[in-house]
Design a protein around this ligand. Structure first.
Ligand SMILES: NCc1[nH]cc(CCC(=O)O)c1CC(=O)O
Length: 343
């Protein structure tokens, strides 16, 4: 598939296009079929409905066939891409008018003809520590088994505590909580935002500090994608776009893009506004957490893309390059490789 640059739609351009007064009577929202995805799509539906009470808005849950899903833990990233791709096909085939995504699952390169049009007001972007045995991440004892399939979380956790085990975990949020409750893990790590949206906030023991786990770019944000030339939908989505969230996400995604984060490279990026300026933090880690390269870049709100690129370049220069190279060569830092005990 050909890809174009991941540009956000320039809303000023649309203002120049004649205001389209009437929308078609029915809008279809493509969504994944998971409980979290449906809740997020419902949220977007309500936002649009609030502004346009007369439009009929329908959810189109897109089912990914089980034979499309890889059972290999390492292909976690690939699975995310398959889920996203199926929504994008629905847009390109015009089966749906817009697709609702968790921004963090969305590649920094979108297929030709599609655009990330709007970002909803971002929820808590941080990671959560969930356990039935330990109140905090600090209190984990030697040999504890932590469930996560995210290379980013794994690298940072192993760097923080050397004597724990990271064991892959699959399935949606509810499945993962069940596996925890069955005693397969001492703790698991999930995004705060997803748990909140599912009404499972009570399962969170601790919100993990960004010093221990810098979140994934886009975490906690809902993004809406549509056809690049669907001006009616674009002007409608413009009204639910949250400008500050859009800017922060732009900085994070620009950082990710510069590092070509499509692969399973352990990277994190987190932007927040401080005194009306973007403050972006980024991290690259080696697979087993032996090395972490961190960096920070501050700049004004108009420069989100530049800030992301600058920070990526800085981190590459400060040792990130070595990590990426060894990652690509699949040499990894074999020092301290741990075998996970089976439960
Ligand atoms: N990788 C799956 C995924 N994609 C988005 C979220 C949570 C919601 C969000 O970040 O907006 C999750 C689950 C998790 O990481 O716990």
């Amino acid at each position: 598939m050909k890809y174009n640059k991941n540009k956000f739609f320039n809303f000023k351009k649309i203002d120049k296009i004649k205001q389209i007064k009437m929308f078609k009577k029915k809008i279809k929202i493509a969504t994944r079929n998971s409980p979290l995805a449906i809740i997020q799509a419902e949220y977007v539906r309500k936002k649009i409905q609030h502004i346009y009470p007369k439009i009929n808005i329908e959810l189109l849950p897109v089912i990914t066939k089980s034979n499309e899903i890889s059972k290999k833990i390492l292909n976690n990233q690939l699975n995310k891409e398959i889920f996203v791709k199926n929504l994008e096909i629905a847009l390109l085939k015009k089966d749906a008018d817009l697709a609702v995504h968790s921004v963090k699952d969305l590649s920094t390169k979108l297929p030709d003809g599609l655009i990330l049009t709007a970002i909803c007001k971002r929820d808590n972007p941080l990671d959560a520590f969930i356990s039935n045995n330990y109140k905090t991440i600090e209190s984990l004892i030697e040999g504890s088994i932590i469930g996560t399939s995210s290379p980013r979380r794994k690298s940072q956790l192993l760097n923080y505590k050397k004597n724990i085990f990271i064991k892959p975990i699959r399935g949606n949020i509810e499945t993962r909580l069940k596996l925890l409750d069955l005693g397969k893990y001492d703790a698991i790590i999930l995004a705060v935002a997803g748990l909140k949206r599912l009404g499972l906030k009570n399962r969170i023991n601790q919100i993990i500090s960004t010093n221990i786990s810098l979140p994934s770019g886009g975490q906690g944000a809902i993004g809406i994608e549509c056809l690049i030339n669907n001006y009616k939908i674009i002007s409608l989505l413009k009204k639910i776009n949250h400008k500050d969230s859009e800017i922060l996400i732009k900085a994070e995604r620009s950082f990710n893009k510069e590092l070509n984060s499509g692969c399973q490279l352990p990277i994190g990026s987190y932007a927040k506004l401080k005194n009306n300026k973007i403050c972006l933090k980024g991290i690259i880690g080696s697979i087993n957490g032996t090395y972490l390269i961190k960096g920070k870049q501050i700049g004004n709100k108009q420069q989100a893309n530049i800030i992301g690129k600058k920070l990526a370049k800085k981190i590459i220069k400060n040792g990130g390059k070595k990590i990426i190279k060894s990652f690509i060569k699949k040499k990894y830092d074999n020092i301290n490789i741990k075998t996970t005990p089976i439960r």
